[in-house]
Design a protein around this ligand. Structure first.
Ligand code: SF4
Ligand code: MG
Length: 273
């Protein structure tokens, strides 16, 4: 039986605005399956985003959604979780939104280990605004602002999250559609900051400039570069050249921020009484 996605979509919101071949719809379906698998009560679930093509996602969902300012998704999501710790808090967005203008908020949400699940769609570009290079555009690749090749080194989002203190970090791709929901489910169940990086495709602003002939070519690339962490353990450095590890990259149990903050409130109340 076909999966009933429509029941999770806010009435009247479809069709979505994404270009044909964009991977964001694949991620949205994965997120819906994950929310269903975890039986998340939509009235008790906040889905927060910033600005950009990926950040349009919450607008389609039947949940408590917040479409906020550019780069500020993690900050707004932190506010929601602090004010209502009983809510499930999910964050979605792109690489430009999350790691450039929003980089500061992203690393500090990771550092605090606040209990949210951040799904970051890394399509290597600023899609919505016409294809400017982002911190995740590969070195040498073309963007509207780097027509002769990007000179910058890239951020590895998953490594950035681990280095900043996130306690659950996983990576997959838009090609590996069935892995998306599995990893988001693990992220939702994890108590603390969970980051799921989904390598994605933007045929409109990244693919065309970088000589991908079709969406299928872009998907084949995602398929080819992905190596599950378990398989990587048996491969040589040479074999791993140009590959990207997928699966659960890091997991750790550590005190969660809202719980620690509650103890501070209790100490303050004790001191005042
Ligand atoms: Fe997707 Fe790129 Fe189109 Fe934006 S511009 S909707 S990221 S394909
Ligand atoms: Mg992007």
């Amino acid at each position: 039986m076909a999966y009933d996605y429509e029941k999770s979509i806010r009435p009247g919101k479809l069709p979505h605005i994404w270009c044909p071949g964009c991977g964001h719809g694949i991620v949205m379906k994965g997120l819906i399956r994950a929310m269903d698998t975890c039986n998340l009560d939509r009235k008790n679930t906040a889905v927060v985003s910033g600005i950009g093509c990926a950040s349009r996602l919450p607008g389609y969902l039947d949940a408590c959604t917040l479409h906020t300012a550019h780069g500020r998704a993690a900050a707004f999501a932190t506010g929601v979780k602090m004010a209502k710790p009983e809510m499930n808090v999910l964050c979605v967005g792109g690489d430009g939104d999350g790691t450039a203008i929003g980089g500061n908020h992203f690393i500090h949400a990771c550092r605090r280990n606040i209990d949210m699940t951040y799904v970051i769609m890394n399509n290597y570009i600023y899609g919505m605004t016409g294809g400017q290079f982002s911190p995740c555009t590969p070195t040498g690749h073309k963007a509207s602002t780097t027509p002769y090749g990007n000179p910058d080194p890239i951020f590895d989002i998953s490594k950035l999250a681990i280095g900043s203190g996130a306690t659950f970090v996983a990576r997959t791709t838009a090609f590996h559609a069935t892995q998306i929901d599995k990893l988001i489910v693990e992220g939702i169940k994890h108590k603390g900051m969970a980051v799921i990086e989904v390598l994605d495709d933007c045929p409109t602003t990244y693919g065309r400039r970088n000589k991908f002939r079709s969406v299928v070519d872009m998907m084949k690339r995602l398929k080819d570069i992905a190596v599950p962490v378990q398989a990587a353990a048996k491969m040589t450095a040479e074999q791993l050249e140009g590959k990207t590890l997928t699966g659960v990259l890091y997991k750790e149990d550590k005190p969660e921020y809202c719980e620690m903050y509650q103890k501070v409130i209790e100490r303050a109340q004790g001191a005042a009484s």
